[in-house]
Design a protein around this ligand. Structure first.
Ligand SMILES: NC(=O)c1ccc[n+]([C@@H]2O[C@H](COP(=O)([O-])OP(=O)(O)OC[C@H]3O[C@@H](n4cnc5c(N)ncnc54)[C@H](O)[C@@H]3O)[C@@H](O)[C@H]2O)c1
Ligand SMILES: O=c1ccn([C@@H]2O[C@H](COP(=O)(O)OP(=O)(O)O[C@H]3O[C@H](CO)[C@@H](O)[C@H](O)[C@H]3O)[C@@H](O)[C@H]2O)c(=O)[nH]1
Length: 429
């Protein structure tokens, strides 16, 4: 089967490479010339474990090609996956500009029936509109299947091959059967439903996970006030199989390209339907407050941060990725700069992306030791393994004051060392 995947970001690239690995003939398409040039040379524009090795293998087997949008004819494919971005509009709703541009572009080429599969996260009602747009001329029927993606950055390839479920939404059973067959090698539970239900499953899943995180972060705040310990509390909660132990890790809140924008978009969908969604509003508000939790705790040690060197350990929104979209570290750095502090940031792979935002305003450190050198406190924003390996000797030798504020419970064992000042989210410190 000849498949194209439009958009070579986290979802498009991983989808395309994985389908090629499953034996399909795949063309990954983008409008970004620099990205396509890199990809043609076998270089991944994103950091994602396993992706480059799998790319090289499938490029060599000639099952995988990369192409600029202007160089392809969409008539050449049996299936066309949409994996372009759907970022946040200023009012919180999903910006469908890239989806609409892609659909118009496909329509210009098409001269026969085909199937378009929407991987991008789109608001309820979008796939029905996509189908209407694709069938404007009425000479043949273009079927559409909503197939929302649930991969996580940092483990995207693993997640595609070990998905919990395959969600397909369409008004065409035949089209869903084709997409189901393509995905058969992944051997997962298949749910076939309508466009609207498939679209809502994606938003509801992300909003629920985000709510779990905000809930546990509120419990962590109660722990700090009362002397309870969030690690014990979330372990105790998580052993109840009705609750489950995942997404109960307290910290400085969620970031990334999905939870913040998808919670905002679901709130917009509710508002457009005149439905109140106070739980989701609270989830978002709690997360915004939680992202600055470490700064509040730091201010208890230093009411005036002017001129103080503060190390930020970890910039990516989570370990295993160079993605800094909506990363809590960015808001922390911005706030510290506004308060007059000097900031040195360590991250093993995301520093180039951070530099694009803060330029010369902060110091960038590829070694943790450089960030810690003569600093007055270190704030842990991402639980990279290199940060988890930090030892007491380095902390005491390098830092002017050995004060660690841990937003990701990365150095819990250090709490036992008396001569390091240590505070972690969810414990009195
Ligand atoms: N990142 C994730 O972990 C994740 C997981 C599940 C779902 N999603 C959803 O998948 C979608 C894509 O997310 P992403 O993170 O991969 O986005 P991304 O920003 O990393 O990549 C999008 C790509 O689409 C390209 N593009 C834009 N317009 C195009 C056009 N007209 N033709 C061809 N290419 C075009 C861009 O150049 C970019 O390379 C979003 O809707 C997102 O919500 C993302
Ligand atoms: O117990 C937890 C779990 C996660 N996080 C934070 O939550 C954010 C998101 O983490 P994660 O869900 O692992 O990463 P994403 O790559 O953003 O993946 C989410 O968003 C994707 C895009 O929609 C979905 O496909 C995935 O299923 C969904 O997990 C990160 O900042 C984490 O630090 C916590 O604070 N506590």
């Amino acid at each position: 089967m000849k498949i194209s995947v439009v958009g070579t970001g986290y979802v498009g690239l991983v989808t395309g490479v994985s389908l090629a690995e499953m034996g399909q003939n795949v063309t990954c398409i983008d409008i970004d010339t620099a990205k396509i040039n890199k990809l043609k040379q076998g270089i991944s524009p994103i950091y994602e474990p396993q992706i480059e090795e799998m790319m090289h293998k499938n490029l060599a087997a000639q099952r995988l090609t990369f192409s600029l949008d202007q160089d392809v004819n969409y008539n050449d494919f049996d299936l066309i996956y949409l994996a372009v971005g759907t970022p946040e509009n200023p009012d919180g709703s999903a910006d469908l500009t890239y989806i609409n541009t892609t659909v118009n572009r496909i329509t210009q080429d098409l001269q026969h029936a085909t199937i378009v599969v929407t991987k991008s996260t789109v608001p309820v009602g979008t796939n029905a509109k996509i189908k209407a747009l694709l069938n404007q001329n009425g000479a043949y029927t273009v079927e559409v299947v909503s197939n929302p993606e649930f991969l996580r950055e940092g483990s995207a390839v693993h997640d595609v091959f070990h998905a919990d479920r395959l969600i397909l939404g369409s008004d065409s059973q035949a089209a869903m059967a084709v997409v189901e067959a393509v995905n058969a090698p992944y051997k997962t539970t298949v749910i076939k439903t309508t466009f609207a239900s498939a679209e809502l499953i994606k938003y509801a899943s992300n909003a629920f996970l985000a709510t779990k995180i905000s809930f546990v972060n509120e419990i962590a705040n109660i722990c700090e006030a009362t002397g309870a310990n969030i690690q014990a509390v979330s372990q105790g909660m998580g052993l109840d199989t009705r609750i489950g132990n995942k997404f109960l890790k307290a910290g400085i809140g969620y970031g990334g390209s999905c939870f913040p924008k998808d919670t905002a978009a679901l709130l917009q969908i509710a508002q457009q339907n005149r439905i109140d969604f106070p739980i989701l509003e609270a989830t978002i508000k709690t997360n915004q407050q939680q992202q600055l939790h470490l700064v509040e705790r730091l201010m208890q040690y230093y009411p005036d941060l002017t001129g103080k060197k503060i190390a930020i350990l970890g910039a990516a929104f989570k370990p295993g990725t160079d993605d800094i979209r909506e990363a809590p570290a960015l808001r922390i750095i911005q706030t510290l700069l506004e308060k007059g502090a000097r900031v040195a940031v360590y991250d093993p792979i995301a520093l180039d992306n951070v530099r694009e935002i803060f330029g010369e305003a902060i110091e960038y450190c590829l070694k943790i030791e450089t960030a810690l050198e003569a600093c007055e406190a270190a704030l842990i924003a991402t639980e990279w393994s290199s940060i988890q390996k930090l030892n007491a000797v380095t902390i005491k030798n390098k830092m002017r004051r050995p004060l660690i504020l841990d937003g990701r419970a990365a150095l819990l064992s250090l709490a036992e060392l008396n001569d390091i000042e240590y505070a972690v989210v969810g414990q009195k410190g």
